[in-house]
Ligand binder design. Sequence first.
Ligand code: NDX
Length: 256
Amino acid sequence: SMQCFPGLVLALSSLLGALALLQLSLYLRVPSRYGKHEERLCRPRGRVPARCAWFLQELPSFLVPALLLALRSPPRLEPLGCRLLCCLFCWHYFYRTFIYPFFTRGRPFPLQLLFFGTLFCIYNGFLQGYYLIYCAEYPNDWCTDIRFTSGLLLFLLGMGINIHSDLLLRQLRKPGEVTYKIPQGGLFTYVSGANYFGEIVEWFGFAIATWSLPAFAFAFFTLCCIGPRAYHHHRYYLKTFTDYPKSRKALIPFVF
Ligand code: NDX
């Protein structure tokens, strides 16, 4: 049966950190090509309905850790912290897989990015799940540790912001519409990338609560993946709408 290989966790986390830096260097200057940044002349055959794309792409991040958690024999009963943290991770991806795609009004998603996105979700789902179920060790009172409680609070706050902002974006369109409008309300009052801000806060909260290399590597990856995207969204809005609110920042309220 499976066991913990610390070297494997270290190697996979380092590769995730390296991928984050690769993304940062690729996407600082040009945005990743989906949604409002997709090149106009993309072949329509290379695209998948947004619903299918998000469902398929995010499913492994739910399924892999959920299966690792359910199938471990003997089941891991101690400490509570590991199972709780694994459930938090799965909870986010339950939303992203089974709820978000069914309400999205996004445009068709490029097949090639769907392929890489799926690979990424398998990779990260395995790394986070494997670490928490087979490797992590917490004292029995971890649930009352300041790192766990403050991290959990940030996670919940970020998740709330993320889900609320996803909802505000969706309400900008009627079913079947694919045009872009100026997002209003919630944290969009302060930043163009409110959904991304929420997601970043969420995964840094998770990293603090987990206090582990894999979780910090993933939070860093998230920052490098959607941080630049928030900046490109912001530039797109400034270019497209002459009446775009001048005080609005790209990602971090009042700062940047
Ligand atoms: N999926 C994370 N890298 C990604 C898919 C793409 O979960 O090759 C990372 C995630 C993947 C990426 C994933 C990993 C890295 C990949 C990348 C592709 C290339 C890259 C694989 C897996 C890669 C290397 C080189 C390292 C291998 O029509 P539309 O779609 O634009 O409509 C949008 C709509 N909307 C508006 N509607 C009206 N008016 C407006 N002004 C509008 N603005 C937007 O709202 C969408 O339907 C919807 C949301 O759009 P947008 O662009 O704001 O968000 P989006 O980027 O689609 O993300 C959706 C949610 C969001 O909450 C975000 O926080 C979360 O997913 N997310 C997204 C990406 C990654 C991630 C979280 C994470 O890293 N944790």
